[in-house]
Design a protein around this ligand. Structure first.
Ligand SMILES: [Zn+2]
Length: 478
């Protein structure tokens, strides 16, 4: 339901370029039931502030180890030295209320201290780092001007900076916000998180179903909002007194195109679901400790510091594992997924089919195809070993009279030299060889999948790759 009343162009809220303020402004808009931060009125923000004050008071006065205390943990991870979270705070609602309400007083016209640090509106309140996440971290450049006791922050931006935990994907010790070229995707990300935050406030983290992680929430938002090219950045941070940190991960602009392609193609969907299933982890009691669908979503995000997992490598691990029981067409689905990812997301164009054909022929003509496949597998990712193997395979097939059809050494160069993306090219070659072997019926794995496994996979591949039931925050754990 949307609140009635005309939107005002000059409302108190502006979504600025600062990722945290922006996430908070969108959260405030969602909480005010408006479509955009620009539409939020002064009456709306008053209502939002009143709600936030009540939530802060409930959390700050909750007994430790109760569900209500979980929201305090969220606030503590963002504002560890604030009036709401410091250990010396009064545990009495009535005593604390005035101090919390004072955070959100309106600006006084004849007491302005300068332009707001976020939106440049005149502000009469100075805020120190205790109310502003990451403002004392070296990860973000937010140096105080000399002689200033804090940053001027206007009424709207103060509310936005405290609406932040509602619009962020929060855990008990961290928060994640989204920047994105698509406002519709940002709005959806904020809506899901506000819903989730309300659930945490009422019932704590244990009251949440396992649910979707921020990467998954982002991909669904991209699928729904931005079918074309659209880049995203996720900012995950912890702001506690010991070790504040900020981690930045990004998706490339073509990810929505890739998702649409995978969702629209049965072989690619099969590959995606197989990958997700392989990434699922269990503890000794059989409880899921890593949800495959969530882990697969994370593979589309690349860390700024380069320390992220590679989707191609994860697929490669599945393809090379001949002990793994894969259903018919399973290898092909995985291999096609790797090829589609390289083409759409990494923008790789080179065609490895001719070289893959050479290797597949060599494997198929061996007295033991399984032995030759094992030989190729151990050489596949090494530039030097792969070069040796190609030379050996080429010579062998030449002697067997296969010359006209063979890819010669000039076609291997890109694969066996040390140059950018050569490693990825070798993984794609491996994927392509896997497809060819499967198509030619060359047996390289020990056991075929059973009938039941085959049926399970067929049921899976009819499912979309992203499932909205992951967001069932209204219901308790299954
Ligand atoms: Zn402002």
């Amino acid at each position: 339901m949307t609140a009635t009343g005309p939107p005002t162009a000059t409302g108190p809220l502006t979504a600025t370029g600062h990722p945290l303020q922006r996430a908070g402004a969108w959260a405030a808009a969602v909480m005010a039931e408006r479509h955009h931060p620009d539409d939020v009125t002064t009456q709306d923000v008053e209502r939002v502030a009143a709600m936030m004050v009540q939530d802060v008071l409930t959390a700050a006065c909750a007994a430790k180890d109760t569900d209500r205390y979980d929201w305090w943990k969220v606030l503590y991870a963002l504002y560890p030295n604030s009036k709401a979270t410091r250990s010396s705070r009064p545990r009495d609602r009535a005593l604390l209320q005035g101090e919390i309400e004072a955070l959100f007083v309106v600006d006084v016209a004849d007491a302005m201290v300068g332009p707001c640090a976020f939106c440049s509106r005149s502000a009469s309140v100075l805020w120190a780092k205790s109310n502003l996440p990451l403002f004392d971290s070296s990860s973000v450049v937010n140096m105080l001007p000399l002689q200033m006791r804090g940053w001027p922050v206007c009424y709207g931006c103060r509310i936005a900076m405290w609406a932040l935990p509602y619009g962020a994907w929060v855990s008990a010790g961290s928060a994640t916000v989204l920047s994105c070229e698509s406002e519709a995707a940002i709005a959806q990300f904020a809506r899901r998180n506000v819903q989730r935050a309300r659930r945490i406030i009422q019932a704590g983290f244990t009251g949440l179903p396992a649910g979707a992680r921020p990467e998954y929430v982002t991909l669904v938002a991209l699928r729904d909002a931005a079918p074309g090219l659209c880049a995203t950045t996720l900012w995950t941070f912890k702001n506690d007194n010991q070790e504040p940190w900020l981690r930045v991960t990004q998706t490339r602009r073509a990810v929505p195109v890739f998702l649409a392609r995978v969702d629209g193609n049965a072989a690619l969907r099969r590959g995606w679901h197989l990958l997700a299933r392989a990434l699922t982890r269990y503890d000794k009691s059989g409880k899921v400790t890593a949800h495959g669908a969530q882990e697969a979503a994370r593979l589309l995000f690349e860390a700024e510091d380069g320390r992220s997992q590679s989707l191609l490598l994860r697929v490669h691990e599945q393809l090379k594992d001949t002990d793994r029981v894969l259903p018919a067409d399973g290898r092909e689905g995985l291999a096609r997924l790797a090829l589609a990812y390289a083409e759409e997301v990494l923008g790789m164009t080179s065609d490895v089919t001719a070289v893959a054909t050479l290797i597949a022929q060599w494997i198929a003509r061996g007295t033991s195809p399984r032995g030759r496949f094992a030989e190729y597998r151990s050489a596949a990712l090494s530039d030097y070993k792969l070069g040796m193997l190609l030379m050996q395979a080429y010579s062998r097939l030449l002697l067997d009279g296969q010359a006209p059809a063979l890819a010669g050494p000039e076609q291997w160069q890109a694969l066996i030299q040390r140059r950018p993306r050569a490693w990825e090219q070798r993984m794609l070659l491996f994927a392509q060889v896997s497809v060819l072997l499967q198509q030619q019926g060359v047996v390289i794995s020990d056991q075929p999948a059973g009938e039941e496994e085959q049926r399970r996979l067929e049921a899976l591949e009819s499912q979309p790759i992203l499932d909205d039931t992951e967001f069932d925050y209204e219901m308790g754990p299954a």
